[in-house]
Design a protein around this ligand. Sequence first.
Ligand code: FAD
Ligand code: DHB
Length: 332
Amino acid sequence: MKVQVCIIGGGPSGLLVAQLLHLRGIDTIVLEKHSREYVLARVRAGVLERGFAQLMREAQCGQRMDREGEIHDGFEIAHDGVLERVDLHKYSGGNSVIVYGQTELTRDLYEARDALKGAVIHDAEDVALFDLASDAPYVTYRHGGKTVRVDCEYVIGADGFHGVSRKSIPSDKLREYEKIFPFGWLGVLSRTKPVSPELIYVKHRRGFALCSMRSQVLSRYYIQVPLTDTPDRWSDDAFWAELKSRLPDEAANRLITGPSIEKSVAPLRSFVAEPMRYGRLFLAGDAAHIVPPTGAKGLNTAASDVYYLYHALLSHYKKRDDSGLDGYSEKA
Ligand code: FAD
Ligand code: DHB
């Protein structure tokens, strides 16, 4: 099989760049290790900044996000038993964020991909990258017991932190910087009304907590836990009791609890790999850099990579100008 751009990873970064390139007539394939159901069941981001939302619209995938996402102009910080509001709109020169789940936006991207008949191979096993430093790279994967070879002009590694793309760069060509924090976030999703109309970030001597949401009937809460804790060690009752103990009374008294519909522990890590290019391979999103979820920045930095890479590839294909590709790593 031959395509112009082979994209490894069917998460937000891979799907978004695939969709943008496809709309401009550039031929792509997305190779995703897991099933669609698996990818859509992974609860992660909930807060989108303007950059990400803007790219979703440019990719013609923003209709449901704009209809169902909630605009938030501020958030609260709880400390020493009090709540203080930060006016995001006022202090950022008119900016706001959109509360819309990563599961939802990934579903929108898959649906858009399906509508254009864009190729997405799920359950692509043993993806391997070859001849990246040559003019004729190729990628192989196994599917249904058969090995398939994809010849391409460029490879985009959008396969997250644990993916194969970054690991395909020779170690003497890559610099990596990493800090692993000695705790994680235990997250719970519940079909309950959020404790507050806006997010609450909590500083408490028992540990950090975050009251977030996906909608006004779906709450997402996090508490900081030791890295050694697993979700099965936390009953729902224990989770709610611990969350309440970290909230100021006025919020704790309002908290509506209910059965968890998802519970998981996310480790907290800061990581940067550079350069983000090796020959004809370009890394994007969590494959190249991770920030702890505290700042809700992961998708936005991924969107910035996608933006630069998309425009760089457009200049290459439409104007024979490679300056964008050459400057990608430094810019991103
Ligand atoms: P991923 O989402 O990791 O996607 C990579 C894809 O590649 C996956 O589907 C994976 O299955 C696939 N893959 C992996 N290996 C292979 C392989 N060998 N072959 C083929 N495919 C492969 N960010 C925000 O902006 N706002 C938030 O509110 C926010 N909240 C967060 C909360 C939590 C608890 C966590 C953990 C993260 C949060 N983030 C947030 C960060 C955000 O979720 C990530 O930055 C985002 O998922 C990055 O997207 P990506 O497509 O680059 O990588
Ligand atoms: C979520 C929201 C945040 O503001 C954040 O910093 C991390 C995660 C969330 O809703 O998942």
